[in-house]
Design a protein around this ligand. Sequence first.
Ligand SMILES: [Zn+2]
Length: 101
Amino acid sequence: MKVLIMYRNTYEGGDGWTYHPLSIEISDYCQAPVEDEEKNPVPCGVKRGTSTPHSFCEDGEFYTVDTWKNACGHVDTYKDCYLEHTERQKKLQKQFQEQNK
Ligand SMILES: [Zn+2]
């Protein structure tokens, strides 16, 4: 699913002064780690909730981002979503490079 999140450079160890809404692509399914029958960590896999726009004010500027609620109860933080997105981008880039050798 495509969502609009609030990017903050603290997600990558930055100072927190860089932040802005960012459109990203994440899985339609919850990626929160749960344990399978053999106690191995696996993604939750329940379909994520439908996103709705949410407007807020920060330091005098107005921003609009997406929020959603997952039926499984897991909360997707923007940081986790951002990291999921960057992992996905890296995988796609790798696949593209493999195909174009
Ligand atoms: Zn979940």
